[in-house]
Write a protein that binds this ligand. Structure first.
Ligand code: SF4
Length: 396
């Protein structure tokens, strides 16, 4: 069964499927601005005991090298608070402290040169203690994340809603925002995490209807990679594609360094932050007429570190090759041992298989120079060009 629909309605409905970014206020975290139209910041959290300064700093430096932009350390004991100045001196990205249970640890950490505090409202010990932390953060001019977690919601909210659910999580966040606002404090970032992807995804989407504080998005306790990366992508893609999310953490069991690549890949795939060329390749099949795996591997190697937001399609035969190549910024539609290069939808040259990688790299250089000269180079946050330049007829 189908519902009758005309072309104009289809086009109008399709346009509604790509919402604008959730409008959030800007919150400064050290030298980074989270929210507004700023790129979604990638963050992570260290795993050694924080007071083990050498191990903590070494891990943060490895995270920095991988591209981490904000880092969080846990502060459960006074000895962890006492080393914050030392850690801060030796790293180059904003330092966030993570507080659970003991509000006094938040107050103590705020005496040190940190850049942000994260508290869990469900376990901080009540509104009055929360207010004390808010006042001190406000007086120091530092931001705070209200980190709501489905697993540690206030008991009263769980009883009211019957069980941890998106509505209870959002009610918790809104309640703590309101208290902060009553203290004249607005430097807030909010997270609504759950290990259940549906609950987390719905909580972020529900929250975005009622508040404009930036969101820190993530699927908590996602487990071990690679499943944890897939699970995080499943939970965060609906959020990101709704335009929600201002900073992101992918939680992986063990060494946090791989979290950074995973976060950037999820942002790239959802086109919320594009920092490298996008290579489109077919899975290959019995129709394949070139060594596509070899060509892609070589392209990946030679494009390593390049940040150009160019979409490059390389397909193995004429079935989908011309169509994909026309839709990409640059593309190759391969035939037997040879191919045709498209640029912005037009055929620009014919190449033999062994010339493909060099030719594509040459064309990427030219494309980049032209985009810069024309002032049309896309920014990290503008995604790739919209589809729609496919022209018929297809290649014969
Ligand atoms: S593009 Fe061609 S070779 Fe690649 S999967 Fe499709 S049919 Fe197979």
């Amino acid at each position: 069964m189908t519902t009758k629909v005309d072309t104009a309605t289809l086009q109008a409905e399709a346009a509604k499927l790509r919402p604008a970014r959730h409008k959030t206020r800007e919150v400064r975290v050290g030298d980074k601005i989270v929210g507004g139209n700023n790129p979604i910041c990638v963050q992570s959290m260290t795993t050694p005991d924080t007071h083990e300064v050498e191990a903590t700093v070494a891990q943060i430096l490895r995270l920095e090298e991988a591209g981490c932009e904000l880092v969080r350390v846990t502060v459960p004991k006074p000895e962890d608070a006492h080393v914050l100045s030392e850690i801060k001196k030796r790293i180059h990205i904003p330092l966030i402290v993570d507080i659970h249970f003991d509000y006094k640890m938040a107050l103590m950490a705020l005496d040190h040169p940190i850049d942000k505090v994260r508290i869990n409202p469900g376990n901080i010990g009540g509104y009055e203690r929360y207010r004390q932390v808010i006042r001190k953060a406000r007086d120091r001019g530092l931001p705070m994340r209200i980190g709501v977690n489905a697993g540690s919601l206030e008991r009263e909210l769980v009883e009211k809603h019957g069980y941890p659910c998106p509505a209870a999580m959002v009610e918790s966040a809104l309640r703590y925002i309101e208290i902060a606002e009553s203290e004249g404090y607005h430097d807030l970032i909010v997270s609504l995490k759950s290990s259940d992807v549906i609950m987390a995804s719905e909580a972020y989407q529900l929250y975005a209807r009622y508040a404009d504080y930036p969101t820190h998005i993530g699927i908590t306790e996602a487990g071990k990679a690679p499943y944890a990366v897939t699970k995080s992508a499943c939970g965060l893609a609906p959020v990101l594609l709704q335009g929600i999310g201002d900073t992101i953490r992918i939680s992986l069991l063990g060494d946090p360094v791989p979290e950074i690549q995973a976060a950037f890949d999820i942002l790239q795939a959802t086109q919320r932050r594009v920092r490298k060329p996008e290579l489109i390749a077919c899975p290959t099949c019995g129709r394949l007429e070139i060594d596509l795996e070899g060509i892609i591997a070589e392209m990946e190697k030679r494009l390593g570190g390049r940040t150009t937001p160019v979409k490059v399609s390389i397909l193995g035969c004429v079935v989908n090759g011309p169509g994909e190549a026309r839709e990409a910024d640059l593309g190759i539609a391969a035939g037997k041992g040879k191919g045709v290069i498209f640029k912005r939808g037009e055929i620009i040259r014919h190449v033999l298989e062994h010339e493909m990688v060099d030719a594509l790299l040459e064309e990427i250089d030219k494309w980049e120079a032209e985009e810069r000269a024309n002032g049309t180079m896309r920014s990290e946050t503008s995604g790739f060009a919209k589809t729609g330049r496919l022209k018929l007829p297809v290649l014969s």
